[in-house]
Design a protein around this ligand. Structure first.
Ligand code: PRP
Length: 210
């Protein structure tokens, strides 16, 4: 039997994803330990797991280096990879929002040229395109909330979960425009070749998240 390989997103979703695998009796115990090792094998069930940067998970899945991936909808939208999205796990729920300094809330409605800092340039551009607004999108890789504070941008487009990062930095949500959660994604070829194995696992996940 061939190994079935799972790419899991590091960061905010990692723990919940590993708990989910535990609940469906596919534990990846070793992954919870602090180690520099990158890939973990369950010989008995012929499974492999690895943790990757969230934005890389759809890439591994599209190319078939992983059969299945677990990653946030934000990353799926931003990466636009050729793959199947087959299940909403309802984990890691949050939103994508436009946010900024409270005093800029009204001003940005009429400004001709808005600077937007974000980890999600495609999502941000799509949002403002739909509103027929011309924006300059500045790509950042983290701590996006800094941008309006230090004058890099007028607003940000970023994930808001509890809102505490915005609050702690004197910023507020202007508009939430996209609800997010963790999704199961599958390589197109694997979906054909390993259909039963994959769907059995997905069915178990559905049971657990019910
Ligand atoms: C995310 C996001 C916000 C924060 C939102 O960043 O980009 O900064 O979490 O969460 P909250 O509403 O619960 O405060 P993450 O922690 O993934 O790190 P990063 O900023 O380094 O990307």
């Amino acid at each position: 039997m061939k190994y079935l390989t799972f790419a899991l997103a590091k960061g905010r979703l990692a723990e919940q994803t590993m708990d989910l695998f535990e609940k469906i009796n596919m534990p990846c115990e070793e992954m919870k330990q602090k180690t520099r090792k990158l890939i973990f094998v369950n010989e008995e069930l012929k499974l492999k797991f690895f943790l990757a940067k969230a934005s890389d998970v759809p890439t591994y899945v599209e190319y078939g280096a992983a059969d299945v991936g677990i990653v946030g909808k934000d990353t799926i939208l931003e990466e636009e990879r050729n793959l199947y999205e087959i299940l909403d796990l309802n984990l890691g729920k949050c939103d994508i929002a436009v946010a900024g300094k409270p005093e800029n809330r009204e001003m940005i409605k009429t400004m001709n040229h808005i600077r937007v800092a974000t980890k999600y340039p495609r999502i941000a551009k799509d949002y403002f395109d739909k509103q027929h607004r011309t924006v300059e999108v500045i790509k950042l890789n983290g701590s996006v909330e800094l941008a309006p504070i230090v004058g890099l941008s007028d607003v940000i487009v970023d994930i808001v979960e509890t809102g505490s990062t915005l609050k702690a930095n004197g910023l507020e949500v202007f508009e939430k425009f996209c609800a997010l959660s963790a999704r199961v994604i599958v390589n197109r070829g694997s979906m054909k070749m390993e259909h039963k194995r994959i769907m059995d696992i997905v069915d178990k996940m559905k049971e657990v998240i019910k």
